[in-house]
Design a protein around this ligand. Structure first.
Ligand SMILES: Cc1cc2nc3c(=O)[nH]c(=O)nc-3n(C[C@H](O)[C@H](O)[C@H](O)COP(=O)(O)OP(=O)(O)OC[C@H]3O[C@@H](n4cnc5c(N)ncnc54)[C@H](O)[C@@H]3O)c2cc1C
Ligand code: SF4
Ligand code: SF4
Ligand code: SF4
Length: 373
């Protein structure tokens, strides 16, 4: 294929899906349906597939926005003033929520939930694409438009979520009210925040670089650090948990920070090294080298922060403004420290860890992509 030749979904199939690196972000389906072409859908396993090949215009948009084709990578890097090793940022802080309701349900410090609630109530956004769980193991992407809905979505789930598909559906429904019971509510959704893994946020940034709908309504991105995702069925079925003498029913919460942490209902925490959870990771995640969510407005994780705190990497002007506003309104507060020097030590510790994990992930991706694993 020549350098500037437009790729179609057939090329995406060959380059990404058949190559085993599709992270099921849903971006390609979202773009195709938001542009009213509708040639794609997600199959029952969450992979994109043709609805009807005849509908494909070979416009190449799906291939261009895919986070794993890197077609517009240089453009996105330049927009975000990207620098190695973990992209541009202006500050890294450790913070936590001040809201007792958020403390109850948050994964780490509850900064994400409190920031989203703050942004919604201050009128900075009309809603936030987050994920909720009804059964504790599977989650659904939803557009939360109230404090209650954002609260309900708090906590992390390390499964797979086609967030962008959800955004695309909402956007398409905004123009076609068929599936919507509340037309007026949809009309207000012009400024959305999205919480997503690096592949999802990169997909959004690729769309924005190309000025493709529905990315125009996404005005704020919260990027999760991401070592890997796994399918919950693998985690529970593969003897992985039982080998550690844990009854799956006893698990209260899961989290990833420096390692994989299971908290049992008895209050006991079990730490499993990152290397050991590779066996239940999605194969595509092991070939992925995105860790620090380099193109988000803020990137967040537990890495480098103490219990009940969130590490926040502030990247864009908008990210800086929203965090400053949330701090000023006391929705969140910084980790306490005895002096400015101590604060600096915390900051450098967090940066070192983020860089270390980003490097570890890149090295792992090289090994798995080379086929030596
Ligand atoms: C798949 C995944 C992998 C992660 N890997 C790491 C890691 O390797 N290292 C690390 O330090 N941190 C990792 N994190 C981030 C960490 O678990 C916390 O989400 C983060 O520290 C924010 O904590 P919080 O208390 O501020 O968030 P909360 O206030 O609890 O809010 C979390 C938000 O994330 C949303 N969310 C939950 N699951 C998903 C999902 N699958 N996709 C998109 N949004 C989701 C929730 O709806 C909620 O809005 C990961 C998170 C996820 C979801
Ligand atoms: S119409 Fe365009 S976006 Fe849709 S599948 Fe074909 S090439 Fe991809
Ligand atoms: S855009 Fe997302 S869902 Fe589509 S092929 Fe790429 S990674 Fe897979
Ligand atoms: S490791 Fe994270 S960023 Fe990479 S493909 Fe998996 S979910 Fe996406």
């Amino acid at each position: 294929m020549k350098e500037n030749e437009i790729r179609s979904f057939d090329d995406l199939l060959a380059d990404v899906i058949d190559a085993g690196i599709c992270s099921k972000c849903g971006g390609c389906v979202s773009v195709c349906s938001a542009n009213m072409i509708g040639a794609l859908k997600l199959d029952k396993n969450g992979f994109p597939t043709y609805t009807d090949k005849e509908l494909c215009l070979a416009c190449g948009l799906c291939h261009m926005i895919c986070p794993h084709t890197h077609t517009v990578r240089e453009e996105v890097k330049s927009r975000f003033d990207w620098k190695p090793p973990v992209g541009h940022y202006t500050n890294v802080i450790s913070a936590k929520t001040t809201d007792p309701d958020v403390v109850e349900v948050a994964t780490d410090g509850g900064v994400v939930t409190s920031l989203l609630i703050h942004m919604l109530e201050a009128g900075h956004i009309d809603g936030a694409v987050v994920s909720t769980s009804e059964d504790g193991y599977t989650r659904q992407a939803v557009v939360a438009t109230s404090r209650e809905q954002i609260l309900q979505a708090a906590g992390s789930h390390f499964g797979e979520l086609p967030h962008l598909e959800e955004v695309g559906e909402k956007y398409a429904n905004y123009v076609s009210v068929v599936k919507f019971s509340c037309k007026d509510n949809t009309k207000k959704l012009k400024r959305l925040a999205v919480v997503g893994t690096p592949c999802q946020i990169t997909s959004i940034r690729n769309m924005q670089a190309l000025a493709i709908v529905p990315s125009d309504i996404i005005t704020f991105t919260v990027g999760l650090f991401c070592m890997q995702c796994f399918e919950m069925s693998n985690l529970m079925d593969k003897e992985f948990i039982r080998r550690r003498h844990i009854n799956p029913d006893d698990i209260a919460t899961m989290n990833i920070k420096e390692d994989f942490i299971l908290t049992l209902k008895s209050g006991i925490t079990v730490h499993i090294p990152m290397k050991e959870i590779e066996e239940v990771a999605r194969p595509a995640c092991l070939k992925c080298d995105y860790f620090a969510n380099d193109f988000a407005d803020i990137s967040v994780g537990g890495l480098g922060s103490p219990e009940k705190h969130t590490t926040v990497m502030i990247r864009t002007l908008r990210g800086r403004m929203m965090i400053a506003d949330a701090l000023a309104k006391k929705s969140i507060k910084m980790r306490e420290s005895r002096s400015a020097d101590e604060q600096r030590v915390y900051k450098h510790g967090m940066i070192s860890l983020i860089e270390e994990y980003a490097a570890r992930k890149e090295a792992r991706a090289r090994i798995y992509r080379d086929g030596s694993r």
